[in-house]
Design a protein around this ligand. Structure first.
Ligand code: SF4
Length: 282
């Protein structure tokens, strides 16, 4: 497990930009991934985060590279970056790109666009820009609060929404909107990681989940591990491996979609080393 396709692409695009761009710094529009160690490493290599809550946009980028992260951005913000002389590297995940395109298409067809997801999430803000006037629904309760409904509408989800939440919103809207198109835009990456963890849990005595404490999908993995296994820990780095882990017969490790390979490998190596030390002591 570890990086999903979209995050891996974005990290590789940034590393490539660091090699190719003669202008420093290389900027990312928002934090590239939810992993403090990876962001720290990129920062040391000359990457600066700009945008909402981070460094302000320079009035003129002077041809510096700006990476658009996997969540994507609204077209108006993209145009603003270009106006300020930035060279854009678009690392929007292909799955998110597809949602953006479909939102625009249905909007142009005259359909009301409902977006199911977290209204403050970058992916939702980005898609909103492709379907002006769209309605964001965080849950079924939001849909139930609506006072009127159109004849024709399309429902698009954030790629990481829970299937059950999405189904519930879709079920409610289907009763209200005569012509409702429900698009399946949920990304399988999160579910794949959950399923892999569930099958691993049957074979181990303890589970270590590696990834940012601020990463929603890693936290969800940690919650599942805690439910399935008597011993489980959520760590960000190898030095957080608890000593009790070495007392177990078999430990499984997994990682969130924004955890870098090198941290996963370092945890694996530290565990293997710790285990061999335990054997020597015995
Ligand atoms: S979770 Fe899925 S949609 Fe989101 S960046 Fe990863 S691959 Fe793309």
């Amino acid at each position: 497990m570890g990086y999903c396709m979209g995050v891996r692409r974005a990290v590789e695009a940034t590393e490539q930009a660091l090699l190719d761009s003669p202008v420093r710094p290389v900027y990312t529009y928002g934090p590239l991934i939810h992993n403090p160690q990876a962001l720290e490493r990129l920062g040391r290599s000359g990457v600066v985060i700009i945008g909402n809550g981070y460094a302000p946009l320079p009035p003129d980028f002077g041809g510096a590279t700006v990476i658009i992260r996997a969540h994507g951005i609204p077209p108006a913000e993209q145009a603003e970056l270009e106006k300020r002389n930035a060279v854009l590297v678009d690392a929007t995940c292909p799955r998110v790109l597809s949602s953006q395109k479909r939102a625009r298409l249905w909007h142009e067809k005259g359909y009301t666009v409902y977006l199911a997801g977290d209204r403050d999430h970058g992916e939702i803000t980005g898609i909103e820009g492709y379907a002006p006037g769209c309605i964001v629904l965080e849950n079924r309760g939001d849909a139930e609060k609506l006072s009127s409904f159109p004849e024709h509408a399309v429902l698009i989800s954030q790629t990481t929404i829970k299937q059950s939440e999405y189904d519930s919103i879709a079920g409610f809207l289907a009763e209200k909107v005569r012509d409702l198109v429900v698009l399946n835009t949920i990304c399988p990456a999160t579910l794949e990681r959950q399923k892999a963890l569930e099958s691993m849990a049957e074979h181990v005595d303890g589970i270590i989940v590696i990834g940012g404490k601020n990463s929603a999908n890693t936290r969800r993995l940690a919650a599942t591990a805690a439910r399935l296994c008597a011993f489980s820990w959520h760590i960000e780095t190898p030095d957080e491996i608890p000593p009790e882990a070495y007392a177990l017969q078999r430990v499984g490790i997994t990682a969130g979609a924004s955890t870098p390979d090198e941290i996963i490998n370092a945890v694996e190596q530290a565990l293997q080393k710790g285990y061999s030390c335990t054997e020597i002591r015995q």
